[in-house]
Design a protein around this ligand. Structure first.
Ligand SMILES: [Ca+2]
Length: 329
């Protein structure tokens, strides 16, 4: 028996449309080489599942809205009862939009590049005067966690857990820094839509894209998944934890798998872990987002890696956050 057990083929002959089979297996989740929230590296196993081969696009989200009449959170005025400390004048429909600064700015204050823009939503990503014309195959943005869940339910799908997402992003390259290996731009080839240059003012666009890009504009990973790195961050179903060491709110679905291969002593690997309780200290819970975005730059946010993770408040929508879905057996 090998240390990494994998079902190499789908148990079903026909793929759901637009989805690829991600075989189950064990992997090393997290990284000890970058940010503290990614530590410690630990063994995890996940069962196989189907995953959208690309991010949910503007066109796909439009079909969902047409079918259901769904109104996104960004298109609705926040309820003052939920935000007792907020200026009522600011409780209008809107979303967070990135603005490039004119020059270098202190990186410890995100207000130097993020602005709350009334009228920004998935149809108007930069504000009310903007449109998604010509961007139908770009990932939908300005969606909250609830919006992503609503879409997934309509599609008969789910959002991935963090472990499922990270396993999928690694594409079979267990322990690699990036989804395609250990080198950022192998042979000079850009592998994802990130930010090259000094964030947040100098975007060199070596990858040719300022802002979002059409899904699938960059090479797919080992499982055939596009844009698991960069373009936009992706919602996952897990609540955020400051790192991987806490087990208080973490549970596994199914029996732990016993590893006996490789001459190592047998040990137990958590199967299908998920964090399904929020931190009690958060008035608005945060969920894990993965993958990094077109705004991730080495000088500020080297998070265009499978192990990278951030917490995002569930009521937040931005111009660099979207999602994709999975289907479990
Ligand atoms: Ca870019």
């Amino acid at each position: 028996m090998s240390v990494v057990e994998r079902e190499v083929a789908s148990p079903h002959p026909a793929s759901p449309k637009g989805m690829v089979w991600v075989p189950g297996g064990s992997f090393r989740m997290g990284s000890g080489d970058f940010y503290p929230e990614e530590r410690p590296v630990h063994d995890v196993s996940v069962d196989g599942f189907w995953m959208d081969e690309h991010l949910v696009t503007v066109a796909q989200f439009r079909r969902f809205v047409k079918a259901t009449g769904h109104v996104t959170d960004a298109e609705r005025a926040p309820d003052p009862a939920d935000y007792p400390d907020a200026d009522p004048a600011l409780l209008v429909p809107g979303s967070l939009v990135f603005h490039r600064s004119a020059g270098p700015v202190p990186l410890d204050d995100f207000r130097n590049w993020w602005a709350w823009v009334p009228g920004a939503d998935w149809r108007h990503p930069e504000g009310p005067q903007s449109t998604v014309d010509g961007r139908q195959r770009h990932p939908v943005t300005h969606v909250t966690y609830a919006d992503a869940i609503a879409y997934a339910r309509w599609a008969g799908k789910q959002l991935p857990t963090e472990a499922e997402w990270e396993f999928a992003a690694r594409g079979g390259l267990d322990g690699a820094t990036f989804a395609w290996g250990d080198e950022f731009a192998p042979g000079g080839r850009m592998m994802a839509n990130t930010w090259q240059g000094e964030f947040p003012w100098q975007n060199l666009m070596l990858d040719k894209y300022d802002g979002t890009s059409s899904v699938g504009a960059f090479p797919v990973n080992g499982y055939g998944l596009a844009d698991m790195t960069g373009n936009v961050w992706e919602w996952t179903a897990d609540f955020f934890t400051p790192n991987h060491s806490g087990r208080a709110h973490r549970r596994s679905i199914g029996m732990p798998r016993v590893r006996t291969g490789g001459g190592h002593a047998a040990c137990c690997v958590p199967a299908n872990p998920r964090v399904d309780e929020p931190a009690t200290s958060e008035s608005i819970p945060r969920r894990v987002i993965k993958g990094g975005s077109h705004l991730c730059a080495p000088n500020y946010c080297l998070r265009y890696r499978p192990a990278a993770r951030q917490g995002e408040a569930v009521d937040t929508s931005t111009c660099h956050l979207g999602f994709r879905c999975i289907v479990r057996l």
